[in-house]
Design a binder for this molecule. Structure first.
Ligand SMILES: [Zn+2]
Length: 194
């Protein structure tokens, strides 16, 4: 079950990612069409970047490598200026900026699940557990008429009086929830259906 849920969420993340990338490509094409200089700059930056990598592998820190880095920095500055004038952020818009909708954060050679992915798994388990139905329940909805007034000989209390006692304990528990000395509550027994 967990594996299926996990796989399903992973597929949803893949679609989210693809959609963000597609939208980014569209935005890029539009921006390039309206601002051809931007396209030139991006092409130039990637060409110079490849050159710089080649140079850094083949030779030790030569002057030409420094020149390339300076040229790239200059182009990046021009790019930034154009984009800020246009008020456009030319990056994919992922719904989670921590993991870029991959569900994982890669750091120092290791990967860990992003909080957004964990939350999705929790939401899924929650909705499958029937606990979500509790949202509709409250003390106001308790129908004490369901419980008899007849005193139970074994317990010396009627089911109704017993239920009133339980409700009071539960309410007190909620009122004192922040109190560290408050003990936990455990409900046992057969649930009674309406
Ligand atoms: Zn995330």
């Amino acid at each position: 079950m967990y594996k299926d849920t996990y796989k399903r969420i992973e597929r949803e993340y893949e679609s989210k990612r693809n959609l963000a990338n597609q939208n980014f490509q569209k935005l890029k094409e539009n921006t390039y069409n309206n601002n051809p200089r931007l396209k030139e700059i991006d092409l130039e930056i990637s060409k110079l970047g490849i050159k710089a990598v080649r140079l850094s592998i083949t030779s030790d820190k030569s002057q030409s490598c420094k020149d390339l880095e300076n040229q790239i920095a200059k182009l990046k500055k021009e790019r930034e200026q154009i984009l800020s004038k246009l008020n456009i952020e030319l990056v994919p818009k992922y719904s989670c900026t921590k993991c870029n909708d991959t569900g994982y954060i890669y750091e120092n050679g290791t990967s860990q699940m992003c909080s957004c992915f964990k939350q999705e798994l929790i939401n899924e388990s929650y909705s499958k557990s029937n606990l979500y139905k509790l949202k509709e329940e409250s003390f106001d909805k308790v129908n004490l008429n369901l419980f008899s007034n007849e005193v139970n000989k074994d317990y010396q209390i009627s089911p109704r009086a017993n239920m009133e006692k339980i409700i009071k304990i539960a309410k007190d528990f909620i009122d004192n929830f922040e109190d560290p000395s408050q003990k936990n509550l455990l409900f046992t027994g057969t649930p009674r259906s309406r």
